[in-house]
Every structure is written in structure tokens, then in C-alpha cells.
Design a protein around this ligand. Structure first.
Ligand SMILES: Nc1ncnc2c1ncn2[C@@H]1O[C@H](COP(=O)(O)OP(=O)(O)OP(=O)(O)O)[C@@H](O)[C@H]1O
Ligand SMILES: [Mg+2]
Length: 355
């Protein structure tokens, strides 16, 4: 997959600017606040039909303007060129693919896929369970439509169940009915999450063994903890949920931890080490897409090298040396990819910072 060009009109801090990309390595260079992340956000929008930063379309429109557009040309994995036009205004967003209005915005995912790696990925390792579930659900919903449907149903039941649990007099039978429905869907969700994490674990282990020779401890474990399983006592579950008036069991409360040599990464590793782990965790998305889905995603890397030492940057740069298209942001062009022989398309951004 390739993004050949993208034009931003009244999008974020851009009034009007068109970017052309090459098929391999594109370096977006600019000082703070010039619009590098905004450009990455726009490219990511072409795949997932939503912003990585906000659910409110109006925030994407340049301050003082009433309408905004992203116009792009992409090449899909069958080498077909597609045009995408996304418009935002006070009525929301409109997505036009090859001159046809898209009804289901998830349809863009069938045409264009990205893997987005950013500095904030460290939250997957260091943040709260919400971040880890977001990582799992974010990836699995965009690659597995069965997962997407099951998660949608699951969330719907949780919503109904939460409403019931807030009622003054809770109907126990309905609660049990909801739980019975949840158990089946929960099983499917957990099975898929575990399968993906098993792959991620193997992948991290491989990267460490084959590429990061200077790192001594390499035994990786990923432990998924589920709150709803066959061992739960149904009566006890219901009693507890009625007592706390909250949905306490299910995939929406689960978590996973990553261990190195039996030590928890979140608690024991340095900041830089956590950054590296989150970087290769995200690379696993790319490897999984190529291996199991036969998809060649575009790799978007936004400030993800910050805080890594020179040796680690050099190795991670080498990890990105494949035939995929990459769009990488940096504030310092001399620091990145200086030893790379392949042609680099350098794009400088000097839009006005708004603040
Ligand atoms: N709707 C909007 N209208 C106008 N300007 C906006 C809008 N949304 C964001 N901006 C501005 O866009 C500017 C660029 O933001 P962006 O995050 O892309 O910068 P950046 O180049 O990635 O900087 P950094 O190196 O600090 O990460 C910011 O000054 C921000 O205030
Ligand atoms: Mg930025």
C-alpha cells in the first residue's frame, strides 16, 4: 500500500498544502508546532476514518474556517489507484472513495492500512489497563471484522447491563440473562486477544534475539489476566455486581502484563527500555498484518525515536529497512537515517504554529 499524495485544506494548522511521497522512506522535518503530527493524523484518517486525537470533527477544521478537506491518492495492495476525499464541517464528516460516498466508514480499512508508531505508545507498557485494552481493540478491530462485530455487541450488552445496575430495584433475572449472553461473546474476544498477544510475544523475542545483541536478558512473557472465566461463581458474581452497581467481569476489565526474565516491564525497566519495547510491540502489528492478512501497511512514525540512545536508534532504523512505505517525523534531520543508502524524500514543514 502507498499514499502517493495528500492535500490538506483548512485542516488543523494547514490552510492549503499538498504533499507527494516516495514509495519507501519519507522524512517529515520541522520544528515544534509546525504541523508534523497533524500531517500524520491526516494520513491515519485515510485508513481508520477517524482521528487518532479527537472524536470531534470540528477540532480538525482550521480555527476560523467552516469546512476542511483531506484529498488523497493511494495505491492499494493490488496496485490500483484510489482517490479519497474526506470533508469536515458542522454536520460532521463525509467520506468519498473513488467519487462514491461511503456509507460505512470502516470500508476505508479494506483499501488502506497503516501502522502508527508514536512516542505515546510507551503508555501501552507504562499506562493503565485502559491503554493496553485500547492497543488490543484498536488493532484487532481494524484487522478482524469478526472481532469488530463481537466487540460492538459486547459493548452494547455492557451498556445495557450498566443501565440496569443503576436502577433502584435491580432485576436479578435480567442481570443473569445479560451475563449468559456476555460469557459467549467474551470467550471469542479473549481467544483472539490471546492469540494476537502470543504472536506479539514470539515476535518481540525474535527481535531481541536476532537484532539487539547488546541486551542480555531476553526471556519475554506476556500474561493475559481475564476477569471472566469458567471458574467464576455465577451467584457470587451477580451479588458483587449488585453490591457495587458496576459491570465487574469481562473483556472491558481485563489486562495484560509484559515480563522480562520474570520481571514486570512496567515496574522494573528504564524509560528508554520501555520505549524500545513499545516500539517493537507496534512493529508486531506490521509483521502480523504481513504474515496473516497479506497486507502491506504504510508505516507512520511520529516522534517515536525520542529518548532512545544512539545504538538503539541505529538498530530500530535498520528494523524499518524493508520495502514498505514509511513516513517518519523528526525535528532533527541529521539525527535520523544518516547511514541509510536508500533514497530519502525529505519534506520540510514551516507552517505557522498557531500557539
Ligand atoms: N484546528 C486547528 N486550527 C488551527 N491550528 C491548529 C488546530 N489544531 C491544532 N493546531 C495547531 O497545529 C500546530 C501544529 O501541531 P502539530 O502537533 O502537528 O506540531 P508538530 O510539528 O508535530 O510539533 P512537535 O514537534 O512539537 O510534535 C500546533 O501549534 C497546534 O496548536
Ligand atoms: Mg508532533
Amino acid at each position: 500500500m502507498l499514499v502517493n499524495s495528500i492535500e490538506l485544506i483548512n485542516f488543523r494548522n494547514y490552510s492549503s498544502r499538498k504533499f507527494q511521497f516516495n514509495n519507501n522512506l519519507n522524512l517529515i522535518i520541522g520544528n515544534n508546532g509546525q504541523g508534523k503530527s497533524n500531517l500524520i493524523e491526516a494520513i491515519q484518517f485515510l485508513s481508520i476514518s477517524k482521528s487518532i486525537k479527537t472524536n470531534i470533527s470540528l477540532e480538525l477544521i482550521k480555527s476560523g474556517c467552516i469546512e476542511s478537506s483531506i484529498i488523497a491518492e493511494i495505491t492499494d495492495d493490488d496496485s490500483f489507484k484510489n482517490s479519497i476525499h474526506i470533508k469536515f464541517n458542522n454536520r460532521g464528516k463525509q467520506i468519498i472513495l473513488n467519487n462514491k460516498l461511503l456509507i460505512k466508514s470502516s470500508d476505508l480499512l479494506k483499501t488502506f492500512n497503516t501502522v502508527y508508531i508514536s512516542e505515546e505508545d510507551i503508555n501501552i507498557v507504562s499506562g493503565s489497563p485502559v491503554e493496553r485494552r485500547r492497543f488490543l481493540d484498536g488493532f484487532l478491530t481494524k484487522t478482524d471484522f469478526e472481532y469488530m462485530d463481537n466487540l460492538k455487541q459486547f459493548k452494547q450488552i455492557i451498556k445495557q447491563k450498566s443501565k440496569l445496575l443503576k436502577e433502584e430495584k435491580i432485576n436479578r433475572d435480567i442481570l443473569v440473562l445479560y451475563n449468559t449472553k456476555l460469557i459467549g461473546i467474551n470467550k471469542i474476544i479473549i481467544k483472539k486477544r490471546r492469540k494476537f498477544l502470543e504472536y506479539v510475544k514470539e515476535n518481540i523475542q525474535n527481535y531481541l534475539e536476532n537484532k539487539f545483541h547488546h541486551i542480555k536478558n531476553k526471556k519475554v512473557e506476556i500474561i493475559y489476566t481475564n476477569t471472566l472465566n469458567n471458574e467464576n461463581d455465577e451467584k457470587e458474581m451477580v451479588n458483587k455486581e449488585i453490591k457495587y452497581r458496576e459491570c465487574l467481569y469481562g473483556a472491558h476489565r481485563d489486562d495484560f502484563s509484559i515480563n522480562f526474565q520474570e520481571k514486570n516491564v512496567k515496574k522494573y525497566m528504564s524509560l528508554g527500555q520501555k520505549r524500545l519495547i513499545s516500539f517493537i510491540l507496534k512493529l508486531s502489528e506490521k509483521d502480523y498484518l504481513i504474515k496473516y492478512k497479506k497486507i502491506n501497511p504504510v508505516i507512520l512514525v511520529d516522534d517515536a525515536f525520542n529518548g532512545l540512545d544512539d545504538q538503539t536508534i541505529k538498530i530500530t532504523e535498520e528494523l524499518l529497512q524493508d520495502s514498505l512505505q514509511k513516513i517518519v517525523t523528526t525535528t532533527n534531520k541529521n539525527k535520523l537515517f544518516s547511514n541509510i543508502n536508500s533514497e530519502i524524500n525529505e519534506i520540510e514543514i514551516k507552517e505557522n504554529a498557531t500557539i
